[in-house]
Ligand binder design. Structure first.
Ligand SMILES: [Zn+2]
Ligand SMILES: [Zn+2]
Length: 259
């Protein structure tokens, strides 16, 4: 989730659901199709208010459930996301049984899946002890971002912070290898969960919460949650960080950081 502030780029109504799109969300193809990486779904003002509050009084170790959707996402990718989340957040990560992508979310016209419908699917399946549920898929996902009725994205989160879904589909663009795409995917999942914890985009260029500024390629210069803003902010909000950070990707080269 992101704060329900008006500094986001656009807002659209979908029944009771308000879609919030950041101005600077990561666009995978910024010039041609302008596909945005990160967008956020608000479920209402009351839930938005709840999202600001930390999970005070929660279990000692919060649990993030991973929900693999569809057959094509490699188990290796799911495991890598688990490792990436545990490298940064003091959480337990559990995998739910893989389930088929719901037909109700399929958008036949563009042959991809509507992310807000995937969130609805996930929201109905949140385990009672879950702090978060993260849907993982390799299918292309999209949502509405005015003036675009169907806009390809990397991830979408509910503003109540409970559910999010992230697709690996666009992580493959110009990737040098499957591992490279997997690393981008892991970084994106850490980023999206960071939003559900209340982190906004960060101006530190190698911070995992940095705004993509139009391209998934900028994940390649990201490495850690920054100590200047994001880590202190998480701690202040009551979301502890991992005691033993084992960052599962290499530090970017200086040239990449400045790119
Ligand atoms: Zn973001
Ligand atoms: Zn930061």
């Amino acid at each position: 989730m992101v704060p329900a502030s008006p500094n986001v780029g656009a807002r659209a109504s979908q029944g009771r659901v308000a879609l919030t799109c950041r101005n600077g969300v990561r666009a995978i193809e910024p010039h041609a199709s302008g596909i945005h990486r990160r967008q956020f779904l608000a479920l209402g003002a009351s839930l938005a208010a709840a999202a600001v509050a930390p999970d005070a009084g929660a279990e000692p170790t919060p649990i993030i459930y991973l929900a693999p959707l569809g057959d094509s996402l490699a188990e290796q990718d799911v495991d890598f996301v688990s490792r990436a989340l545990r490298a940064f957040y003091a959480v337990e990560v559990r995998k739910l049984q893989r389930s088929a992508l719901p037909a109700s979310a399929y958008y036949a016209k563009r042959k991809r899946y509507r992310a807000e419908r995937l969130l609805a699917f996930l929201s109905a399946r949140v385990p009672s002890d879950a702090q978060r549920i993260l849907g993982l898929t390799s299918a292309d996902i999209s949502t509405t971002k005015p003036p675009h009725q169907d806009w390809g994205i990397l991830g979408l989160a509910t503003l109540d912070g409970k559910s999010c879904v992230v697709s690996s589909f666009r992580c493959k663009r110009l990737a040098q290898s499957a591992e490279h795409a997997r690393i981008r995917y892991g970084k994106t999942c850490v980023h999206e969960i960071g939003h559900t914890y209340g982190l906004p985009h960060c101006r530190t260029t190698d911070c995992l919460m940095h705004d993509g500024e139009g391209s998934v390629l900028t994940t390649d210069r990201e490495y850690d949650l920054c100590s200047a803003r994001c880590r202190p902010r998480l701690l202040r909000a009551g979301y502890p960080l991992s005691d033993s950070p084992d960052v599962p990707w290499p530090a970017p080269k200086a040239a990449e950081r400045g790119r």
